[in-house]
Design a protein around this ligand. Structure first.
Ligand code: FRU
Length: 497
């Protein structure tokens, strides 16, 4: 084990109880200490789920990224285990960037990741990016002696050595390994390229799967590719997007493409592209295939554009989203919280057919900050339609976060106007609901530091962090016309399993 890794393991062991579990999010993964960004190596290996992540143990700002490591039997309760990788070799001296994991035929666990080394001669202070391998047993990983397995010389024509990163690996039915890698290129801005290998160590460039052509942002990061239901999906994270419609927001955003790979040209034939999560805080999502066949997505619940501007409150910073089950229906990707979360539900409260007539209403027992809520709103009387519905949550007096909906424009907005984030971050996001036929279904997961809203079966999703006082736990419904509510809430109790 390298000295850098040994030091990181000692450091995290010493500090992992500060702050204690009581004041961390209960259902959202956080690092033992220090900074966390992208999920990496999300996989099922030796009867446990493994989650690795971009990790800087020594500070709450990004820097010198390691791979942190945790394991779980249900994707909800994670156990921190010692960090898996640290930077420091010639090819990853300044960071072990994002990547993925796969079980090899010989039973070993292979990690493929991007090595990052600052280029001292570059006036823009960028870093050379190469692809590397580490092989392990679920606890300890050894970097491959032939690293880098893909160097800048392997990038196909026009590729930028400073933008070549984040391999996501999968195995074909014939046992061949494939990796999609994000590559910056002058003509197209960003492209997703595929490399193939028989043994995980020797890789060869195969083809371009998808090109940006400057439609969505500048560079793409953290790609993923997988078949799902009867289509194929590509996830990308687009940097520096411009707002082109209510569906595509400015800044850095996760996108999903649905389509099919043309067997002759091997190009991905897109049928549609949409924003993955419309909230302020969801990036670098990575999926895994669970042993029962579910495709599960987890993301870094943060906005990369503003993540480094936070004030240091605790000795850790950053959290993951709730893992989500994915499906495709009617040309849309549906995302819903994994069903394992339901085992932590307790204290059900239900209200059916509640009428809301131009008023603000609180409902008995409907409050909390660690909560799973199912809500359906329906039009009541077409003669007195509502133009504005609002659900306020994480509320204390006149301070709250909210979801608002205007049926006429189908516009949906989440906001956290009175959260301490206000001074420095994006605090509002709006999108348009694909369709409105008089009924809106909402599932909301609240944890002390976040809210995730899944609308209409997960067709539209919003994730955001909340830094308001965890005691701000009121929920209020507001409307300017008539509507009917069905509400069911459960407290979520992390001691239940
Ligand atoms: C995305 C990202 C990746 C990179 C990693 C570095 O958030 O920029 O492209 O591998 O973070 O921490």
């Amino acid at each position: 084990m390298s000295e850098v890794l040994r030091k990181a393991r000692e450091y995290e062991e010493k500090h992992r109880k500060e702050p204690p579990a009581e004041i961390r999010p209960k259902f959202h993964f956080t690092a033992p200490v220090g900074w966390l960004n992208d999920p990496n190596g999300f996989s099922w290996y030796q009867d446990r789920y493994h989650l690795f992540y971009q990790y800087h143990p020594y500070g709450t700002k990004w820097g010198s990224v390691h791979w942190g490591h945790a394991v779980s039997s249900d994707l909800i309760q994670w156990e921190h285990v010692p960090a898996a990788m640290a930077p420091g070799d010639d090819y990853d001296r300044d960071g072990c960037f994002s990547g993925s994991a796969i079980t090899m035929k010989d039973g070993s666990h292979l990690l493929m990741y991007t090595g990052f080394v600052y280029d001292e001669s570059d006036p823009k202070h960028r870093g050379i990016q190469t692809q590397n391998i580490a092989i392990g047993d679920g606890s300890n990983y050894r970097k491959c002696t032939s690293n880098p397995v893909l160097s800048v010389d392997d990038i196909p024509g026009g590729g930028d050595p400073y933008d070549f990163r984040d391999p996501k690996v999968w195995m074909d039915h014939d046992g061949i390994l494939n990796a999609v890698i994000a590559s910056g290129e002058e003509m197209s801005g960003a492209r997703i390229i595929v490399f193939r290998s028989n043994d995980g160590v020797h890789w060869k460039y195969s083809h371009v799967l998808l090109e940006n052509r400057y439609r969505f942002g500048r560079m793409w990061e953290c790609p993923d590719y997988f078949p799902l239901d009867d289509a194929e999906v590509i996830l990308v994270n687009a940097m520096d997007m411009e707002e082109t419609s209510p569906e595509f927001h400015s800044g850095n955003n996760g996108l999903y493409f649905l389509g099919r790979t043309d067997p002759d040209s091997k190009r991905f034939l897109e049928s549609s592209v949409h924003t993955l999560d419309h909230g302020m805080d969801f990036y670098a999502g990575q999926t895994m295939l669970a042993p029962d066949g579910r495709r599960i997505l987890i993301g870094w619940m943060q906005n990369p554009g503003t993540a480094s501007e936070h004030e240091t409150v605790h000795s850790y910073f950053g959290q993951m989203s709730i893992p989500r089950e994915l499906h495709i229906e009617k040309g849309r990707l549906l995302q819903m919280p994994i069903r394992e979360l339901e085992s932590y539900r307790t204290c059900a409260v239900e209200h059916r057919n509640v009428t809301l007539c131009s008023e603000k209403k609180k409902l008995d027992g409907v409050s909390g900050r660690i909560l799973d809520m199912e809500l359906i709103i329906r039009c009541r009387d077409s003669k007195r339609p509502f133009n504005h519905f609002e659900m306020r949550f994480a509320q204390h007096g006149d301070r709250f976060a909210a979801l608002t909906f205007s049926p006429v424009s189908r516009s949906l907005r989440v906001s956290r106007p009175f959260s301490p984030e206000t001074s420095m971050k994006l605090n509002e996001r709006e999108t348009v609901l694909p369709k409105w036929d008089g009924m809106l279904q909402i599932r909301m997961i609240l944890d002390e530091g976040s809210a995730e809203l899944f609308l209409n079966g997960g067709e539209t999703v919003f994730s955001m962090t909340l830094e308001t006082d965890p005691k701000a736990d009121n929920i209020t419904f507001v409307s300017d016309g008539d509507l009917i509510l069905d509400v069911k809430t459960y407290k979520l109790d992390s001691t239940l399993r």
